[in-house]
Design a protein. Sequence first.
Length: 100
Amino acid sequence: MKQKLATAAAQKILFLPHAIKQMSRPDRMITTDEVRQAVLLGEIIEEYPEDQRGESCLVLHTTNNRCIHVVCAPKTEYLAVITAYIPSPGQWSPDFKTRK
């Protein structure tokens, strides 16, 4: 899956409207560069092979001294970023890799 992400991202990254809305929230302000770093350097912590939007995954990456999660789906011609957010300590383990 990691190679699929890199291959799709090398072509184009498409930020879906929900991702833009979530990234732009004042309490988040996640940049497109942070998402790119997450996709290319992050760790896949969940895979969704049967997702209704097509095969996708959840990536964790620490950037700018904070953890972010990115849900993305590799397509033939681009990587679709479905959402990006800062994981809540109340919903995730301390390392932000496992849901509570």
